[in-house]
Design a protein around this ligand. Structure first.
Ligand SMILES: *[C@@H]1O[C@H](CO)[C@@H](O)[C@H](O)[C@H]1NC(C)=O
Ligand SMILES: *[C@@H]1O[C@H](CO)[C@@H](O)[C@H](O)[C@H]1NC(C)=O
Ligand SMILES: *[C@@H]1O[C@H](CO)[C@@H](O)[C@H](O)[C@H]1NC(C)=O
Ligand SMILES: *[C@@H]1O[C@H](CO)[C@@H](O)[C@H](O)[C@H]1NC(C)=O
Ligand SMILES: *[C@@H]1O[C@H](CO)[C@@H](O)[C@H](O)[C@H]1NC(C)=O
Ligand SMILES: *[C@@H]1O[C@H](CO)[C@@H](O)[C@H](O)[C@H]1NC(C)=O
Length: 620
């Protein structure tokens, strides 16, 4: 599946809003009884040519199951066409079906571009007095939760007539790392407390580690991969034809690019910047007092840089120049970079060591998609849908939604199948990035070393992991006295950092099975590593506790620190910075980068780790 990696990297709102919950059927049964086709909803996405051709060919009939509700938006020529109409399904897919469609904007040399007539600064700004900084985390009676993705459209209700859905179902929370971030339930990770300042405390600092926003699929896919599927399909477009619920595919084109941020992804980071300013803006007072500006970090990759810029315009407003400095580290082979550590670690690019996730996902897909394959395969004649193809149809739902705002593919699956998809991503990231990954801790340790340096105001002593001495040893590029740090990275790195930190309560259930789905699990990709996931290392000073305190807050859920030596069970999830740092020094000390990244080890079939470490030296 597409992940953060290129070829070498591995890569509340209270569930109340009915339109946003996808009321998909949840039991199995004959397809015809269970589904209503809603191609009328996706129709406007086709170009004029497509529409005309389709009209002539008569292949765009809106196949509605007899009891489907179709509003006035249905065009009359498609109304009421029975699902099994033989004349419609005999036409082959359009020659362009599955082909890639791109709209190259902006044009390279627009004829009306005269920058001199459109100066960006004309003066006359009016009065510009500013006010005081916001401090929601300290001042408001409750903490604002992030609950919805208002621009995205979920599929219309498709439950069979007479059958009420079991419970609210939010499709956008069933996509693992492809889910848009949301505030996890308050006790998701086991601490019954919230991000707001606990009584007797005040917040003194924040280290924010976040992921980029929603993106197109990555070039590399370990399992599945939408572009690859559309090419396969297009290659034989003159041979296949789809009917029933898949009929829309006869006219479907592949509209996704690769790697870069989508408009929705841009908004996620802009929103994150604004919400961070509202919650923690008061931390800027510290900079004014010390006559400095913050240094934030991101990486050279297009979506990473674009994410950081969108965060900055949200956080600082326009124009942000002069308000902070952006460190753009290089993400490429041969460059030490804690935000892209796999580039420094050769073993991370060896599929035998670093891609156990693929086999696990393939095995699990064979289990949970068996019914879907049986249901969908007969709907395409001339191309035999494989399990991996059907998995891609689920990926397409997620990717098209976060890129184009809506996807017809979302209507094809049951709730159980979406739970299965979500779990496939837990499996993938458990084995390829986090606690079940032999390189989880080594790859995350560089960031932990930086965190310790910042928490102790002490430079890193030895650069023997992914840290970059050139940048880290220079107090200008890697300052140590800031009250606010913001770092942008990839989901795999966020998971590696959580693993390296030894937050073992996130791995409470031990290993994850590929033959069934454990209902009760704390390791969920959608809660830990969704698009724009954000980890707060919140620093506090409390009259009730000795010394500075720290909390780890993932997507507004407080993570217990009880797995760390010296950090007891504190009701708000706090640990003294001193004990936390001591535990992290231990984690750093027991990490053997040389062996992990350059050692000649392999992973036996039955071997498992739950701490993200490779087999010990001499174990083979
Ligand atoms: C699709 O994937 C297969 C196997 O991973 C590969 O051999 C093939 O070249 C890919 N095709 C495209 C069009 O990407
Ligand atoms: C450290 O980062 C700088 C700036 O990105 C880069 O020029 C340098 O090559 C890096 N050093 C190493 C050893 O990768
Ligand atoms: C880059 O990383 C390698 C491997 O950990 C290390 O030996 C080297 O000193 C680092 N270089 C710099 C400039 O930090
Ligand atoms: C700013 O914050 C840092 C980190 O919390 C702290 O060490 C420093 O004393 C503060 N500086 C001022 C001027 O308040
Ligand atoms: C789920 O796991 C938690 C923590 O391991 C445990 O306390 C709880 O009893 C479990 N619930 C079920 C229904 O198994
Ligand atoms: C780096 O070197 C130090 C001192 O030799 C060692 O204690 C530590 O484990 C090493 N760290 C890594 C990440 O290899």
């Amino acid at each position: 599946m597409p992940t953060e990696r290129g070829s070498s990297e591995y890569k509340v709102y209270n569930d109340q809003e009915p339109e946003r919950e996808s009321l998909l059927p949840s039991s199995s049964g004959p397809q015809q009884e269970r589904y209503a086709s809603h191609s009328c909803y996706s129709k406007p996405r086709f170009g004029v040519n497509h529409l005309l051709t389709a009209f002539v060919a008569g292949t765009l009939a809106c196949f509605l199951a007899q009891y489907a509700i179709c509003g006035s938006s249905c065009f009359s020529y498609r109304e009421g066409t029975p699902e099994t109409a033989p004349t419609d399904v005999q036409a082959l897919a359009s020659p362009w079906a599955g082909s890639t469609e791109r709209h190259n904007f902006p044009p390279a040399n627009p004829t009306n571009a005269f920058p001199s007539l459109f100066p960006t600064s004309v003066g006359y700004a009016g009065k510009t007095p500013t006010g005081a900084e916001a401090a929601i985390v300290a001042t408001a009676p409750s903490y604002p939760l992030h609950t919805a993705s208002p621009q995205l459209v979920a599929p219309p209700p498709g439950a069979p007539k007479g059958k009420l859905p079991k419970e609210p179902f939010d499709l956008f929370k069933k996509w693992g790392n492809l889910s848009p971030w949301y505030s996890v339930p308050r006790t998701a990770f086991g601490v019954d407390s919230g991000p707001e300042t606990p009584p007797t405390c005040r917040v003194t600092g924040l280290h924010l580690l976040h992921r980029h926003g929603a993106r197109y699929p990555t070039a590399y896919a370990s399992y599945g991969g939408p572009a690859n599927f559309s090419s396969r399909l297009h290659a034989v477009a003159d041979k296949w034809t789809a009917s029933g619920e898949l009929e829309f595919m006869n006219e479907w084109t592949y509209k996704l690019g690769e790697e870069i941020l989508t408009p929705f992804g841009r908004q996620q980071l802009f929103d994150l910047g604004i919400s961070t300013r509202l919650k923690y803006g008061f931390l800027l007072k510290n900079f004014t007092e010390s006559n400095t500006i913050p240094v934030f970090r991101t990486e050279s990759q297009d979506r990473m840089l674009a994410s950081a810029m969108n965060f900055a315009i949200g956080f600082f407003g326009y124009p942000f120049e002069g308000q902070y400095q952006q460190s753009i580290t290089i993400e490429a082979h041969g460059f030490n970079n804690t935000l892209a550590p796999y580039k420094t670690c050769p073993n991370a690019n060896d599929p035998l060591k670093a891609d156990r996730g693929r086999a696990k996902v393939a095995q699990w897909a064979g289990v949970y998609l068996a019914g879907a394959v049986g249901r969908l395969r007969p709907l395409i004649k001339g191309y035999e849908l494989q399990v991996e193809d059907v998995y891609v149809l689920q990926q397409l739902c997620a990717y098209e939604t976060v890129a184009l705002g809506y996807s017809k593919f979302c209507e094809l699956f049951t709730e159980e199948e979406w739970d299965g998809f979500d779990y496939s991503l837990d499996l993938y990231f458990w084995y390829n990035s986090a606690f079940g990954f032999a390189l989880g801790r080594p790859l995350g340790i560089g960031y932990v070393q930086e965190l310790v340096a910042r928490l102790t105001h002490t430079p890193i002593a030895t650069h023997n992991s992914s840290t970059n001495g050139t940048l880290n040893d220079d107090p200008t590029t890697f300052p140590l006295g800031q009250s606010l740090y913001v770092d942008a990275t990839h989901e795999v790195v966020v998971l590696q950092v959580l693993t390296a930190l030894g937050l073992s309560t996130l791995a409470a259930e031990g290993t994850l099975p590929a033959d069934h789905m454990p209902q009760n699990r704390t390791f969920r990709a959608r809660e830990l590593a969704p698009f724009a996931t954000n980890v707060h290392f919140q620093l506090l000073s409390c009259t009730s506790l000795p010394g500075p305190q720290i909390r780890v807050i993932v997507n507004d859920g407080i993570v217990p620190l009880t797995g760390l030596a010296g950090c007891g069970a504190q009701k708000d999830g706090m640990c003294s910075v001193e004990a936390f740092v001591e535990a992290q020094r231990e984690n750093i000390g027991k990490t053997d980068w040389e062996w992990a990244c350059h050692g000649d080890w392999d992973v036996p079939e039955e071997w498992e780790t739950t701490t993200g470490e490779p087999p010990a030296r001499g174990a083979r």
